[in-house]
Write a new protein. Structure first.
Lengths: 273, 276
């Protein structure tokens, strides 16, 4: 914060700086608004077939189709919900195991070779996060076939990026004294990892894994759309048979599952930290 | 230490966790492991296939997806689709952030304007977050028809959920001094928000908004897969036609675009942090 000075020259300078900042902010906002206008023109005005949507009544009647709940679907929801939950859990645990070596390679202070393996670890983290889970699922469906397995693998691959990034940052920020102590008493590389590094990063990593598990429940609910099982498959079927009430039921099941996941992860995180 | 004291203390084995703690810890671990084991059984997963899966992925990629048909992604129609994706993500992110700010204000426990609005904000954000962007896309496509309007709407919902939570966390972490000063001076809740909360969170909000665009771009690459327009539409078409080399090229282009977006958002965020 600038100190207000009685000196008129300094005051003028303050005003000048402030004016320049306003001009700059104004220009940035103008650019953002112009860009938004261009996007609206490109995506919404030119690309939309308004006659097909059919005005307000058309939209309201299409929304209304979703509101008649199909309660008969209730017994069929139980097993896919459980499947989705399990897919998310197994996928997270698998992702956790896969991210261990990636975090090891991608942490600057413990990586075995800074020139080759460190960039490789960083690249794997970015790769895992930049490919969307749907694309991972597509790849795994073509590699291992339909079922829960490709869903689990897709979730695992997608989780690796986030978990290993946070873990690598945690490893880089550790206190080096325990590591040195274990080295000094003759600990092997593995013992240094296990007794020097792991206890320090364990709370951070566990909290991250729980957070990722929470997100993975959402992700596993859509894996079925591209051929892996769970609620997504049921959603896909209901949508394709135009049973809109059933679609709403599936969405409610997803919401229910996610609220349970939030509650569990809330308590688990409290227990960990 | 004399012999006497050494004898009076019974030899105990050291353990990191004492009795009740250790019971809870290992009990939880046991429950988790049993649940995971049962999941494998329930989902009917073949462990050997699981371990071979990454190798198989490599094999499939090198057999069917190599070499990527790079000429296809340099096609004019596809480049226009990339631009569409960019526009959709920007618009979705912008609209989402604009809606998320009031919702975050309602759902921040410390400055929420009214007791009745608190659950509205909380539940609104949770609802938008809970449903995956692809499901939003499918719903909007069935209501609004194919095209980018559905994609933008879906991305808006996604961004409300994503940014709303981060915004609310940011608002809940502010310093309460200015808020109390404004309240003591008789400001209404909106004035409190505008003059006591916004100046504190301005920089953080800008950073979050840029990050939201980055995440929305990642999501925008696949909304087209379910009819939302943009790059995903090309992905869907080529997946269904089994044009694997083109699919590989599209996935590579998605990775490249996401990397550019991530780099850009990182640069902008650091610029915002420097300029504050």
């Amino acid at each position: 914060m600038a100190v207000i000075d009685a000196n008129p020259a300094a005051l003028d300078q303050q005003y000048e700086l402030r004016r320049r900042r306003y001009v700059k902010m104004g220009l940035i906002w103008l650019a953002v608004i112009a860009f938004v206008a261009w996007c609206v023109n490109g995506t919404i005005i030119e690309d939309t077939d308004w006659s097909r949507i059919g005005g307000r009544s058309g939209v309201l009647s299409s929304i209304g189709r979703y509101l008649s709940l199909d309660l008969g679907l209730l017994p069929e929801l139980l097993i896919p919900t459980l499947e989705t939950f399990m897919m998310a859990s197994v996928g997270t645990v698998l992702g956790c195991f896969l991210s261990l070596p990636v975090a090891w390679l991608g942490a600057a202070n413990v990586t075995p070779s800074k020139t080759i393996l460190y960039p490789l670890g960083r690249f794997l983290m970015v790769l895992s996060r930049s490919v969307h889970e749907i694309v991972w699922a597509l790849l795994f469906v073509s590699a291992v076939g339909l079922g829960a397995l490709p869903g689990i693998l897709a979730i695992a691959m997608r989780s690796v990026g986030f978990i290993s990034k946070i873990s690598a940052e945690a490893i880089e920020n550790i206190d080096t004294k325990p590591v040195e102590a274990i080295r000094a008493v003759g600990g092997s590389q593995f013992q240094v990892m296990y007794y020097g590094i792991l206890p320090q990063i364990y709370p951070v990593v566990l909290a991250t894994v729980i957070f990722e598990w929470d997100i993975n429940i959402r992700r596993s609910a859509v894996m079925g759309l591209v051929g892996a099982g769970g609620l997504g498959l049921l959603f896909f079927r209901q949508m394709n048979s135009f049973n809109y009430g059933g679609v709403t039921m599936v969405i409610l099941a997803i919401l229910f599952l996610i609220i349970i996941g939030e509650i569990i992860s809330h308590y688990l995180r409290k227990a960990v930290i | 230490m004399t012999d006497q004291t050494a004898n009076s203390i019974p030899a105990r084995k050291w353990s990191r966790f004492k009795y009740p703690d250790s019971l809870y810890k290992y009990g939880t671990l046991l429950i988790v492991l049993v649940f995971l084991g049962y999941s494998f059984h329930f989902l009917n997963i073949d462990i050997t296939r699981l371990f071979g899966a990454l190798g198989r992925l490599m094999g499939v990629v090198s057999d069917r997806y190599y070499p990527p048909d790079l000429e296809y992604v340099l096609d004019k129609g596809y480049l226009a689709a990339i631009l569409d994706t960019l526009q959709m993500s920007f618009l979705g992110g912008f609209a989402g952030v604009c809606i998320a700010i009031p919702l975050a204000w309602f759902s921040a426990a410390n400055v929420s304007p009214a007791r009745a609005l608190f659950p509205v904000g909380r539940l609104g954000v949770i609802f938008c977050r809970a449903i995956h962007e692809t499901i939003w896309t499918i719903l909007f496509v069935s209501i609004l028809g194919f095209g980018m309007l559905a994609g933008v709407s879906a991305l808006t919902m996604f961004c409300i959920g994503f940014a709303g939570k981060l915004f609310a966390d940011e608002i809940e972490a502010i310093e309460m001094g200015p808020v109390e000063a404004m309240r003591a001076a008789g400001a209404n809740p909106f004035q409190v928000f505008l003059f006591a909360v916004v100046p504190q969170v301005r920089v953080a909000f800008t950073g979050i908004a840029i990050y939201t665009w980055d995440v929305a771009f990642r999501a925008a690459t696949v909304v087209g897969f379910f009819g939302g327009g943009g790059m995903g539409w090309y992905l869907k078409r080529n997946v269904q036609q089994l044009e694997n080399l083109r699919v590989a090229a599209i996935i590579l282009s998605i990775i490249a675009m996401v990397l550019i977006a991530e780099f850009l958002s990182g640069y902008l965020r650091s610029a915002v942090n420097r300029a504050k």
